[in-house]
Design a protein around this ligand. Structure first.
Ligand code: HSE
Length: 438
């Protein structure tokens, strides 16, 4: 008889229940699924009603019982947050168990420490579910695209904010109502501020960058702007100018072909972004995510699909369990790991300061509707080396007018220097909004 692969589950919320459901219904799936056995499940509250039917004999409210159980070969961590998740993962590794986690917050901040511990113990830590929900992106970056020099990774990687922005844009729906719906649908984080402030997307782009560029990323240094200050007026103006608005996360290599630095310079950021309506990202709506990877020699590939929710995220978790199960079937020699699956870093990366990042900027200025204002503004941009793609005046009346400027690609520092001068003009009442465009 084939020995089963024992799985211990930490957490039985939206994702945990989705994983349990797949493992308990193996019919029609890959034969390896039927060899996966749920051994123990740690939950916070033993009395709570469950989204998956689990025999009460498997449940415990002590995660250590799961991690220390000798029949558990793979620990699946889906409780989220930094602690106790980090300590539980490290303890599982120390116990010689491989770990599968959907926890982007812990991997973005402690990925190096966890990877080093796993290498030392000769076990795997797989994280397919941490980015892009059900979209396979982690293993493709680690394995299928391994022959490329990656130049850029960018995309929509938070389902909750994309759901909110799509509903606002298409139906003019209210922000709070739509956020509540996203929570009910199981898309939002336990603390939805992580979604709407852009922190979840920043965690995910930190993880993608580390894999794509081969070195750890300083998560705290990523310039991050969420959608909480986004004004519906800017969504309307963007629409009139032929753009949609999405929360975009970008990581780009700034290394030039003839100048190789010892540490790879990267521009990484998360920001609401105007996307031309004809661009494929403009059509990524609802909970869907899409990730563009640009590399040499592949060119451009896009990964697209559901970025959050029980089923899609559980699909990614189970894929990782099966990867480990398959390797376990082969048996390992001297703790040696598959070098592509283990994903350790091989160079150092440094994040450039926000002022050096080159982007197209969207600026909305509140001004007096008086002669010469547009000329004055235009000449300050010109003096600072900022080239303007378009400048449009909206909603002019006695109270004033709004001027929307879209620049050509330029370093943020030059835009900031121009705005400092522009804001001193008597006819300029203030800067009402600032975003970027692709
Ligand atoms: N809260 C996350 C999102 C869940 O909305 O994308 C998936 O990581």
């Amino acid at each position: 008889m084939v020995k089963s692969i024992g799985v211990g589950l930490l957490g039985l919320g939206t994702v945990g229940a989705g994983v349990a459901n797949i493992i308990q219904t193996p019919e029609g799936r890959h034969p390896l699924v039927s060899e996966v056995e749920l051994i123990r499940v740690a939950v916070k509250d033993l009395q709570r009603q469950r989204k998956a039917s689990i025999s009460s004999t498997l449940l415990t409210n002590d995660p250590i019982e799961v991690i220390d159980d000798p029949s558990v070969e793979v620990v699946v961590e889906v409780i989220g947050g930094i602690e106790p998740a980090r300590s539980l993962i490290l303890r599982a590794i120390k116990n010689g168990k491989s770990v599968v986690t959907a926890n982007k917050a812990v991997i973005a901040r402690h990925g190096e420490e966890i990877a080093a511990a796993a290498k030392e113990a000769g076990v795997y830590v797989l994280i397919e579910a941490a980015v892009g929900g059900g979209i396979p992106i982690i293993e493709p970056l680690k394995q299928s695209l391994g022959g490329n020099r990656i130049q850029k990774v960018s995309g929509i990687i938070n389902g909750t904010t994309n759901y909110i922005l799509s509903r606002i844009e298409k139906e003019g729906a209210g922000y709070k109502d739509v956020l509540k719906e996203a929570q009910e649908l199981g898309y939002a984080e336990a603390d939805p501020a992580a979604d709407v402030e852009g922190l979840d997307a920043a965690d995910k782009i930190a993880i993608l960058s580390a894999l794509a560029f081969g070195g750890p990323i300083n998560r705290e240094a990523i310039p991050t702007q969420g959608i909480t200050n986004l004004n519906i007026r800017d969504v309307e103006y963007a629409n009139k100018l032929g753009y949609g608005v999405k929360l975009l996360a970008v990581a780009e290599s700034l290394e030039s072909n003839n100048h190789k630095e010892s540490s790879l310079p990267l521009a990484v950021w998360v920001q609401p972004t105007l996307i031309p309506k004809e661009h494929p990202l403009a059509e990524v709506n609802g909970v869907n995510n899409a990730i563009f990877v640009e590399g040499d020699p592949i060119g451009e590939v896009m990964f697209y699909g559901p970025g959050a929710g029980a089923g899609p995220t559980a699909s990614a978790v189970v894929a990782d369990i099966l990867n480990i199960a398959g390797i376990s079937r082969l048996g390992s020699k001297n703790n040696s790991l598959d070098p592509l699956l283990e994903a350790s870093s091989w160079r150092s990366c440094n994040l450039v300061k926000a002022e050096r990042i080159i982007q197209k900027h969207y600026l909305r200025l509140k001004v007096e509707d008086s002669p010469g204002v547009i000329g004055q503004i235009g000449s300050v941009f010109g003096q600072n080396g900022v080239s303007i793609q378009s400048i449009v005046q909206f909603d002019a009346n006695e109270a004033g007018a709004e001027i929307v400027v879209i620049t050509h690609a330029v370093a943020l520092g030059k835009v900031t220097a121009s705005l400092e001068v522009i804001k001193t003009f008597k006819a300029v009442q203030g800067l009402s909004a600032q975003m970027v465009c692709i």
